[in-house]
Design a protein around this ligand. Structure first.
Ligand SMILES: Cc1cc2nc3c(=O)[nH]c(=O)nc-3n(C[C@H](O)[C@H](O)[C@H](O)COP(=O)(O)O)c2cc1C
Length: 156
């Protein structure tokens, strides 16, 4: 199974989550490509069996600036039934905790992707054992869900 992980991370927390997700999916035997969202080849991501998108939240519940182009270009993609899950880091000191994660999940839904009904939202980085385990379990359940929905997926 080929999984794409795309993320934006200013201070490394979302990147740390992405790295644990990648590690866990590797352990499951997946081929994983992990990249920053501002360098993504949009046409390539639709060739994967599943997509994980990670973003921290900026401003007042906003998408980070460097995720905006990717977000807008999603409108031009044929995402039909590709399984997607969203994750990210935030800070409960802000009223809209990890709002960018939901913004991405809604966007993928409106573009026709099959969006996982769970998101992974983490206070800062995965520093404790519990937080690392939470990331690993998210990767495992995402993997199982993608496997289950594989019948609907475009293989290129
Ligand atoms: C100016 C500014 C605005 C922020 N706004 C939010 C917010 O609205 N919601 C939230 O959950 N976190 C907010 N954060 C916190 C970051 O999302 C948090 O520090 C996160 O861990 C950064 O992830 P990164 O290390 O991947 O860049 C904000 C941080 C800054 C500096």
């Amino acid at each position: 199974m080929r999984i794409f992980i795309g993320y934006v991370s200013m201070s490394g927390n979302t990147e740390d989550i992405a790295n644990i997700l990648q590690d866990e999916l590797h352990a499951k035997g997946c081929e994983v490509v992990s990249e920053c969202l501002d360098t993504v080849d949009m046409e390539e991501i639709i060739t994967f069996n599943g997509i994980l998108i990670g973003s921290y939240t900026w401003g007042d519940g906003d998408l980070p600036y460097e995720a905006e182009d990717f977000y807008e270009e999603l409108d031009d993609l044929k995402l039909d039934s590709i399984p997607v899950a969203c994750f990210g880091s935030g800070d409960h000191a802000y009223p809209k905790f990890c709002a960018a994660v939901d913004t991405f999940a809604h966007k993928f839904k409106s573009c026709g992707a099959e969006v996982y009904n769970q998101t992974l939202k983490m206070e800062f980085g995965p520093e404790t054992n519990e937080q690392e385990l939470e990331c690993r379990e998210f990767a495992q359940t995402f993997y199982a869900w993608v496997k289950k929905t594989e019948g609907n997926i475009h293989h290129v």
